[in-house]
Design a protein. Structure first.
Length: 315
């Protein structure tokens, strides 16, 4: 399988802060590392170096704690324990909080956002993008968000062999948590990039942060948005392929990979969690359906480009 959507979007976002117009940071402190199996970065502006590094240490510890819940790259995470056993007793409150947000996005997108597609993803990945019909049918039979039950006592699957991946929304959730943590520590100007982006305050020129929009290729893009105290998430069909040929976009309603009309879909919202989940689903939706889903959430903005290069915006 080629470069993952998660890793590609993160790298693009990280480089994008200076790709359109290089802002004159006032001695920013920058941390770059790995979160949820991908590159991540944190830029802190207008703070003494020792204070900035203290906040970065706090953020890194929180990222590690949340990875232990959501990561499918760690065999001992809560999600991986759930996938192995089909149930998870006394789930962490953060997992329950995220599952409740999954429910909201699932309903708003007509079921196109569904993290139970992990069995389908595995089938495509293991068969180089072309699983036999019987394998695909079996994987499809083990999906369905409505088969996931959760409460403070347990998370359980209603079908044997089901598996969950929260990669389409957990990055946004962790981004929100780190942004909230920094705000609680008095930080007003920063960019949090944990797969999705949250921009706090302004850059050193007292202007909104300028974020370049990834298009799913390694080419530079002239598309950008300016945001302040908002989050942005982007999905691009070309960001991941199975065996370099088949798009990673899997329709959970059919089990088939989808040929999208979108080159990319970027969603802006106050919360990266919502932006992340919506962008994951909206890249499979027609423009009218994108507008309908966006109306379910206050303050959602859409900045998308069709496969033919036509721009679509919703403010």
């Amino acid at each position: 399988m080629s470069l993952s959507r998660r890793r590609f979007i993160t790298i693009s976002a990280g480089l994008a802060l200076g790709a359109v117009a290089a802002p004159a940071y006032a001695n920013p402190v920058v941390w770059r590392g790995v979160a949820l199996g991908a590159n991540a970065e944190l830029v802190i502006n207008d703070l003494p170096e020792n204070e900035a590094r203290r906040l970065i240490s706090i953020a890194i510890a929180e990222i590690d704690r949340l990875e232990a819940i959501f990561s499918i790259y760690r065999s001992d995470s809560a999600v991986m324990n759930l996938n192995r056993a089909g149930e998870l007793d006394a789930p962490p409150p953060e997992l329950l909080a995220l599952l409740s947000q999954v429910e909201v996005v699932h309903e708003a997108t007509g079921g196109l956002f569904d993290p139970t597609i992990q069995s389908l993803w595995a089938a495509y990945a293991e068969h180089r993008g072309s699983p036999p019909p019987t394998v695909l049918k079996d994987a499809q039979a083990r999906t369905g968000w409505k088969q996931v039950a959760y409460d403070p006592n347990a998370v359980t699957f209603g079908k044997p062999g089901m598996a969950l991946t929260l990669n389409g929304i957990a990055q946004g959730f962790i981004t929100d948590r780190i942004a909230d943590l920094l705000r609680a520590n008095g930080l007003t100007n920063a960019v949090v990039n944990i797969g999705e982006i949250s921009a706090l305050g302004h850059n050193s020129e007292d202007l909104p942060w300028r974020i370049s929009l990834a298009d799913g290729t390694m080419r530079k893009t002239s598309d950008y948005v300016e945001i302040s105290n908002q989050s942005i998430a982007t999905s691009a069909p070309a960001g991941t392929t199975f065996d370099g040929k088949v798009s990673h976009i899997i329709n959970p309603l059919t089990g088939n990979t989808t040929t999208s009309q979108w080159h990319r879909v970027s969603v802006i919202h106050d919360r990266a969690t919502i932006a992340d989940g919506l962008s994951t689903a909206m890249v499979m939706m027609a423009a009218d359906d994108v507008q309908g889903a966006a109306k379910m959430f206050k303050g959602v903005r859409i900045n998308a480009k069709s496969e033919h290069g036509e721009l679509f915006r919703l403010d």
